[in-house]
Design a protein around this ligand. Structure first.
Ligand SMILES: [Zn+2]
Length: 334
């Protein structure tokens, strides 16, 4: 039982290669943040080493050890957990060559208990060029018992030489309905709340599950949204102080900008009368009011300003400056 929400085509393909014993030595799962790339990689790691009948069974010792993160043959080379191996690069953290070397020396050993040694590298686009070159050596001549699972936003962000040696799965966000049903069935949420969280998640299953379990997440979203709604009426100085506040926190800034993008996209949809596609379904009254206050062209322009700021954030450009520009682009209320 894979128990993954969405991505059924990918699971069917993976299941098929498992059944036929036709395993690749490297896979890349790509797609937007939090749609379930790492979850799928972990399920594949389980399926590879599962000793149960219906792989991944989720019940056997191997499956349980992998879910607990204590299986000796399955290693998550995660930025957050590998602090000792991080290299500082332009103010952000990157996966350095030492992390990849440590994978290589580990990969040379035979598995301790499982059939496969599995290394999961989430956000592989954060590798330094040195690390990527080092990884390439393993991909060129992988030890027979090793499987590498990478995740990335997009294959374009990885070295083409790496991509060409991996099997690629481009994951699409699961539908709102699918997420809502899963929240009700598997996480026990009541219908209305499941529906709201599913709509707000915009296909980010990881976010949906977190919001289902942590009330603070929705509260935070409401606060940020209120702030967003007050900004078009705010003076220049207040807008710039906003840029200053979030300008040194790239991760938070990314979340806020993603929230804004969703809101302004909703304004566009409201303006066009496409209500069924909107995310912020609990604020439809305000959406309708706000949509009245802005011209269509204004909304479209600001959406592209937000996209631009997000891109600058991804490429590690001066975040505060990007937010200041965005604040000045923000249309005033009529
Ligand atoms: Zn199992």
């Amino acid at each position: 039982m894979w128990q993954v929400v969405g991505h059924q085509w990918a699971i069917a393909l993976l299941q098929n290669s498992l059944t036929r014993g036709n395993i690749s030595h490297a896979y890349v799962f790509t797609g937007s943040p939090r749609i379930g790339k790492t979850t799928l990689a972990l399920k594949l790691a389980r399926a590879l080493n599962c000793t149960g009948e219906d792989k991944p069974c989720g019940e056997c010792l191997s499956c349980r050890k992998i879910s607990q993160g204590i299986h000796p043959d399955v290693r998550m080379v995660d930025l957050a957990y590998q602090k000792g191996l991080l290299e500082e690069r332009e103010g952000s953290t990157a996966l350095g060559i030492d992390a990849i070397r440590s994978i290589q020396s580990d990969a040379a050993l035979m598995p301790f208990e499982g059939r496969w040694k599995v290394f999961i590298i989430p956000q592989a686009e954060n590798m330094t060029p040195g690390a990527a070159n080092c990884l390439l050596k393993t991909l060129e001549e992988p030890p027979p018992h090793v499987v590498l699972l990478l995740t990335a936003l997009h294959t374009d962000l990885l070295f083409p030489t790496i991509v060409s040696r991996c099997q690629i799965f481009n994951l699409r966000p699961p539908s709102t309905d699918l997420i809502g049903q899963a929240l009700e069935r598997r996480w026990g949420l009541e219908g209305e709340r499941a529906h709201l969280i599913a709509a707000l998640s915009a296909g980010r299953m990881g976010w949906a599950v977190e919001a289902a379990q942590n009330e603070a997440l929705l509260k935070e979203r409401n606060e940020r949204l209120d702030e967003l709604l007050s900004l078009p009426g705010a003076r220049r100085l207040e807008r710039l102080s906003f840029a200053q506040r979030w300008g040194s926190q790239p991760e938070r800034a990314k979340e806020i900008l993603t929230l804004w993008l969703g809101w302004w996209r909703d304004l566009l949809l409201a303006k066009e009368g496409c209500w069924d596609k909107t995310e912020n379904i609990d604020r439809r009254d305000i959406l309708a009011e706000e949509a009245e206050k802005h011209e269509l062209g204004e909304i479209k322009e600001f959406i592209s300003s937000i996209r631009k700021a997000l891109q600058q954030l991804e490429s590690n450009l001066n975040l505060r400056l990007a937010l200041e520009v965005l604040m000045l682009d923000l249309p005033s209320k009529r």
